[in-house]
Write a protein that binds this ligand. Structure first.
Ligand SMILES: Nc1ncnc2c1ncn2[C@@H]1O[C@H](COP(=O)(O)OP(=O)(O)OP(=O)(O)O)[C@@H](O)[C@H]1O
Ligand SMILES: [Mg+2]
Length: 145
C-alpha cells in the first residue's frame, strides 16, 4: 500500500475566470516544497490546471484534491455539473463544446483532456449526465515498477 504523505482539497468556483488557475499555482508551490523532480511537477501542473479549468468552464461547483504518496502524485477533480455524455469523444483532440466567450479567452481548443492523458501515468474519467464528473489522474515517481 502506498503511504500517504500529503493531502489537500481546493474548492473550484465555476465561471470564476479571475480566480481560475490559483489552485494550480498553489499546487505547484506545494510540489516544489517536496523537492520533486521538475518534470513530474510540470506534468502534475498541466493535469491540475486543465482539470481545474474544465470545472471552471463546465461544472457548477467542484473541488480539486491533491494527494502525494511515497509512490505518486494523485490529482482528483470532481464536480457537480452537466456531466459528459460521451467520454470517448471528449477525450479526442480538438473536441470542444466551449462557448465563443471561452474561446475568446483562449480556451476551448479541445486539448485539455488529451493533455491530461498525455501527462499522467493513469487516468480515470467517470461521469453521469445531469449529475457531474470525476477525474482521477496519477503521476508515478517510478513508472516502470
Ligand atoms: N468537468 C466537465 N464537465 C462537463 N463537461 C466536460 C468537463 N470536462 C470536459 N468536458 C467536456 O469535454 C470537452 C473536451 O474537454 P477538453 O478539456 O479536452 O477541451 P476544452 O475544455 O473544450 O478546451 P481546452 O481544454 O483546450 O481549453 C469539453 O469541451 C466539454 O464538452
Ligand atoms: Mg479543457
Amino acid at each position: 500500500m502506498a503511504e500517504e504523505l500529503f493531502e489537500r482539497v481546493f474548492p473550484i468556483f465555476s465561471r470564476n475566470f479571475d480566480k481560475a488557475g490559483e489552485s494550480s499555482t498553489e499546487i505547484k508551490a506545494i510540489l516544489k516544497s517536496f523537492n520533486l523532480d521538475p518534470d513530474l511537477i510540470r506534468r502534475a501542473v498541466v493535469v491540475t490546471f486543465e482539470a481545474e479549468m474544465n470545472v471552471v468552464m463546465y461544472g457548477y461547483r467542484g473541488e480539486l484534491r491533491l494527494v502525494i504518496t511515497d509512490e505518486d502524485i494523485q490529482i482528483h477533480a470532481t464536480d457537480e455539473g452537466p456531466g459528459i455524455p460521451d467520454i470517448e469523444m471528449a477525450m479526442q483532440e480538438g473536441y470542444s463544446t466551449a462557448t465563443d466567450e471561452m474561446r475568446e479567452m483562449g480556451f476551448g481548443f479541445g486539448m485539455g483532456l488529451p493533455n491530461i492523458k498525455k501527462n499522467s501515468d493513469s487516468l480515470k474519467v467517470e461521469s453521469q449526465v445531469g449529475k457531474g464528473t470525476s477525474l482521477s489522474a496519477r503521476i508515478r515517481f517510478y513508472p516502470h515498477e
